[in-house]
Design a protein around this ligand. Structure first.
Ligand code: HEC
Length: 179
C-alpha cells in the first residue's frame, strides 16, 4: 500500500518536470485508484506542476556568459541548418528567408527585396544578442505569426556558438557585452 503510494507520488514528481498534460493524467489516475485521503496527499507535490511547467516554458537561458568563449567552428556547422533558407555572404540574394549578413545588431526586417511577414515588420527594434537569443530559442514565441518555419534551438551553448559565428559576418561586428 505505502509502496504503491510512493510509486505514484514519484511519478507525480517526474510529471512536474515532464509536462502538464502528463501531470494531469497521473493526477486523475491516483484519484481513481486511491482513497480520498491518499489522493489528497498525492495532490500536494502535483499542485505545483502548472506553475513550474509554465515557468520552465517561458524561461530563456541567457547566452551572454557563453559568448566570449563560444565555439565558432561549431556555430558555422550549426548554420548549415539555417542555410537551407538563409544566405550569409555580403550581397548574396535572399532565399526562403532574408540574407543574414550584418544581422547581429542590425535593424529588424530590413533586408532589401525581402517580403517580411506583418508580424516581423511590427516587431521593430534591433537584433541584439538578447533578441536573437530569444528568437532562435523559439521563433514563434518571440514573434507569433512569423513565417520563419523553424522550431528553435534548445541548447544555450548551441545558440551562443551560432550567434557568435553570425556576429563575425558583418562589416563591424557588434561588441560582445562585457568585452
Ligand atoms: C525553413 C526556412 C528557415 C530556416 C530553416 C531558418 N529561417 Fe530564419 N527566417 C526565415 C524566414 C521566412 C524569415 C522571415 C520571417 C518573417 O518575415 O516573419 C526568417 C527570418 C530570420 C531572421 C530575421 C531577419 C531580419 O532581417 O530581420 C533571423 C535573424 C533568422 N531568420 C535567423 C535564422 C537562423 C540563425 C536560422 C538557423 C538556426 C534560421 N533563421 C533558420 C526562414 C528560415
Amino acid at each position: 500500500m505505502s509502496g504503491e503510494f510512493y510509486k505514484v507520488w514519484g511519478s507525480g514528481m517526474i510529471a512536474v518536470t515532464v509536462a502538464l498534460a502528463i501531470g494531469i493524467g497521473i493526477n486523475e489516475l491516483t484519484h481513481s485508484e486511491h482513497h480520498a485521503e491518499n489522493a489528497y496527499k498525492v495532490d500536494v507535490p502535483e499542485g505545483g506542476a502548472p506553475t513550474a511547467v509554465v515557468a520552465e516554458k517561458k524561461l530563456i537561458e541567457p547566452i551572454t556568459p557563453l559568448l566570449a568563449s563560444a565555439d565558432l567552428a561549431a556555430g558555422e556547422k550549426y548554420f548549415k541548418r539555417c542555410a537551407t533558407c538563409h544566405s550569409l555572404e555580403k550581397g548574396a540574394p535572399n532565399k526562403i528567408g532574408p540574407n543574414l549578413y550584418n544581422i547581429v545588431g542590425n535593424q529588424v526586417g530590413i533586408a532589401s527585396g525581402f517580403a517580411y511577414s506583418d508580424a516581423l515588420k511590427a516587431m521593430g527594434g534591433q537584433w541584439g544578442f538578447g533578441q536573437l537569443n530569444a528568437f532562435l530559442t523559439k521563433p514563434k514565441d518571440l514573434v507569433p505569426g512569423t513565417k520563419m518555419n523553424f522550431v528553435g534551438i534548445k541548447k544555450a551553448q548551441d545558440r551562443a556558438n551560432l550567434i557568435a559565428f553570425l556576429r563575425q559576418r558583418a562589416d563591424s561586428p557588434l561588441p560582445i557585452p562585457g568585452q
